[in-house]
Ligand binder design. Sequence first.
Ligand code: TRP
Length: 338
Amino acid sequence: MEETEKAERKKVILSGIQPTGVFTLGNYIGAVKNWGKMQDEYHCAYFIADLHSLTIRQDPAALRRQSLDAFALLLACGIDPEKSLVFIQSHVPTHSELSWVLSCYTQFGELSRMTQFKDKSARHADNVNAGLFTYPALMAADILLYQADMVPVGDDQRQHLEFTRDIATRFNNLYGSTFKLPEAYIPKAGARVMSLQEPTKKMSKSDENQNAFITILDEPNVIINKFKRAVTDSEKEVRFSEGKDGINNLMTIYSVFTGKTMEQIEAEFEGKGYGDFKLAVGEVVVEEPREVRENFKRYIADKAYLEQVYRAGAEKAAAISARTMTKVKKKVGLLASL
Ligand code: TRP
């Protein structure tokens, strides 16, 4: 953004999602559904973070298919390309370019402290590659290129956002104001949807137990059955309290879909068993995934349309991000070619 536009400009929101598997109910209510709601109020940019997925070995054909699926799914969840900038990260070369420059302003020690790096390198001990290590520099590039004000992310990405602010501050101190300092935007309701089988763990699409998560493309009967099998506790009361992780999680989900408070939910299910409650949760959840699934089927059947949308997105993203990239190159002393 130009200096003079700053005062009245709409805030810029940016977020990315990796194309590894269909979004879970957790991704949907904790992230993508809210992304849709912000489109009128802000300048929004949402992208498929396919480059980040390369840090773990992928099957090439599957990654291509999943990237297109994830893109179609963003649209199916209500991200409107007329309102928001939507694109695929690898289509916009400035991301890799800025990532390299930022990695030269990043210390080994600070990347070593990233908890996600520690977790992932323990889980993939046979492939602790340099990309896994410099992952946060790429994420910082994604954000800083667009001068984002706010970045909706889950709790697990909070540290990467702190890192982004640190790098931006360091760069600005060295070269003068270049990057906007982004804030994390952690949604209140439904920010953390937990596993239906081990409710102390976050719901994850990479869980081996299929009953632990619901995807946004699950059929209604599958959704109902997964809720019926959800782990609760040995009491009988639908009550929100410490130690009742399973019930707390189900109440949170029910609350997000009905708008009811915990007190109202407790009153509604007073004297009723967990069986009735679990069924009720399933029934309020099924409707939105049904719509998303129908939209998804429509989009994924129309490859030409998807192509047209992601090409236009890439072009626009390239133009916007080039403004920041040009400034950065000049500041660090790279000789201009144009
Ligand atoms: N690392 C994020 C995740 O795995 C995805 C991501 C990549 C992202 N770049 C981003 C999120 C920039 C927000 C902003 O969830």
